[in-house]
Design a binder for this molecule. Structure first.
Ligand code: ADP
Ligand code: MG
Length: 250
């Protein structure tokens, strides 16, 4: 039977020259939920994501995904298991169209060789799949637009589509609404909710109204350690969280 938690860390620690950016973190992410990681700047949120995808090697601790200890696996193995992190928009190829960007993701997933994917029929099949993914994120009308020419909010949606192309089981989103205006925030939040129906999502998010609306559970990090964990209704009332996160006296 599949465990209740798709991901668990035990004593996860990352030190940079003796400075503990992440310290003894026991994170538990329930399967099928949207889990938020919040906390002040420098709390260690991005470092946790980098550890989960093995972009960084943990100094200590374990990472268990789907009941398997993946602590010593390579980033490519972890991606193949379906733990996929979205990158900031710089990772989309500006001088490729939206459709081509998603197709690159599909090609990466298939791992098809250069010669194979160059064949006409394979390309056409990938285009159809890429188009379906663009439709899923409401970007069908941008299919032939160069990424560099897309508005910021739409580019972030494209980034989510390229992540979806890798068929994530656990999707890690680092500040998906960062730098967006109201309208784009709502649109991307709606999009995350939609894609989360079929997978687990963990997200770093500063916009607390997005967290409240979207996320089932919240982990609050402060100075590399877990300060609180629970549903928004509880965590948002925790005096320690208010003090650490909003900077107000309890
Ligand atoms: P957050 O995403 O919560 O803002 P980060 O995970 O980016 O925080 O950073 C946590 C702490 O670790 C910060 O103090 C940051 O300066 C430090 N840090 C992050 N990456 C490195 C690195 N590669 N080398 C040294 N220090 C780092
Ligand atoms: Mg960060």
């Amino acid at each position: 039977m599949a465990s209740e938690f798709i991901l668990e860390t035990r004593g996860l620690t990352k030190e940079f020259k003796g400075f503990a950016a992440v310290q003894d973190v026991n994170l538990k992410i329930r399967r099928g939920t949207i889990h938020a990681l919040i906390g002040p700047n420098g709390a260690g949120k991005t470092t946790v994501f980098n550890l989960l995808t093995k972009f960084l090697q943990p100094t200590r601790g374990e990472i268990v995904y789907d009941g398997v200890d993946i602590t010593r696996e390579e980033p490519a193995q972890i991606a193949r298991r379906g733990v996929i992190r979205s990158f900031q928009i710089s990772a989309t190829f500006g001088h490729m169209t939206a459709l081509e960007n998603v197709r690159v993701g599909l090609q990466r997933r298939l791992g098809t060789s250069f010669h194979f994917w160059r064949s006409e029929s394979t390309l056409r099949q990938l285009d159809a799949e890429a188009m379906a993914l663009l439709e899923e994120v409401d970007l069908a009308s941008y299919a032939r637009t160069l990424a560099v020419e897309m508005p910021y909010g739409r580019k972030r949606a494209l980034e989510i589509a390229t992540t979806l192309a890798l068929d994530p089981k656990l999707m890690l989103l680092d500040e998906p609404t960062q730098g967006m205006g109201h309208e784009d925030v709502d649109r991307v939040a709606e999009l995350i909710k939609r894609v989360a129906a079929k997978r687990t999502v963990a997200m770093v998010e500063h916009n607390l109204s997005v967290v409240e609306k979207l996320c089932d559970r919240i982990t609050v990090l402060q100075r590399g350690q877990i300060l609180a964990e629970g549903p928004y209704s509880e965590v948002s009332k925790d005096p320690r969280v208010l003090e650490a996160y909003v900077g107000v006296e309890a």
